[in-house]
Design a protein around this ligand. Sequence first.
Ligand code: SAM
Ligand code: SF4
Length: 338
Amino acid sequence: MEQNLTKPQMIDPFGRTVDYLRVSVTDRCDFRCVYCMAEDMTFLPKRDLLTLEELDRMCSAFVDKGVRKLRLTGGEPLVRKGIMGLFRSLSRHRTSGALDELTLTTNGSQLAKYASELVDCGVERVNVSIDTLDHAKFREITRWGDLGRVMEGLEAARAAGLAVKINAVALKGVNEFEITDMMSWAHGEGFDLTLIETMPLGDIEGDRTDQYLPLSLVRQRLEETHTLTPIPHKTGGPARYVEVAETGGRLGFITPLTHNFCESCNRVRITCTGTIYMCLGQDDAADLREPLRASESDELLHAAIDEAIGRKPKGHDFVIERAGAAPSVSRHMSMTGG
Ligand code: SAM
Ligand code: SF4
């Protein structure tokens, strides 16, 4: 969509326009994916969380400052009580044209319940995370998840008219040899598929070197049987896309480890407690909850946002460390919002 030049823009020190905000609305989840969480997670006390009204104010302040794409994530966004109220109230920014996109990333467990209401709120696309099509393996990866329910969610999404992108984390020895089948399935269903490398975020009670599968290898293997043509398709995210001649579908690669994508970074992330992280792979952060709560007007909040954007770092430098080493970044993806 055309850039609205009358709207303010947030420009970071490296000249990048920040127009994409990802908000983790809860650190809780009804799954415990092995690469994302420990089984026995300690979640934040509810009083530390921004209320839904505060989340609305926070998101709206960013929209006022030039954000054009807003993604709610988590944890699992659809398990936060009252979340549809937040979607409904944020939908005013879609109606006004201030936002080009209001969307979410979900594990799909609650999608059957909410798909049509999401469409009513101006959501047009959803990202649904599925790492395998094998029911038993799905249970193993998510520890608590039921693939059947997620599939019902996908059906509901389709019926409601939502475009679906499947996100799959490439996991060595787990879904490594299932990726071609997953691609055929996703493309057959009319869904895009994006593959993601595991990132070293948070302690997960295990060794990440056991899980890490470089997408360069996955791509090389796929190219033995498929014709992958790079295409300029952009969704505002870091994925690089190819078109697959044999399936006619789109396949994305998110490769924070084998190919650094920071040069074109256009986003910042907010946690459910109102901390802004200017880079997923760095620890530097700023508290926005205090300026938000300090006054009813948004001046302090706007100033704190400007200050944070003014120190957005150039990029991350993930390395999957040797066995036993601490993760590169100690917070979990569910905290910062994947
Ligand atoms: N619960 C929702 C879901 O699973 O889609 C939204 C939050 S989840 C943290 C967002 C995405 O991050 C998911 O696609 C998940 O697979 C991915 N993810 C979680 N931990 C990751 C890690 N350490 N490395 C790479 N991707 C990760
Ligand atoms: Fe939950 Fe998503 Fe993390 Fe899985 S990846 S545990 S579904 S937040």
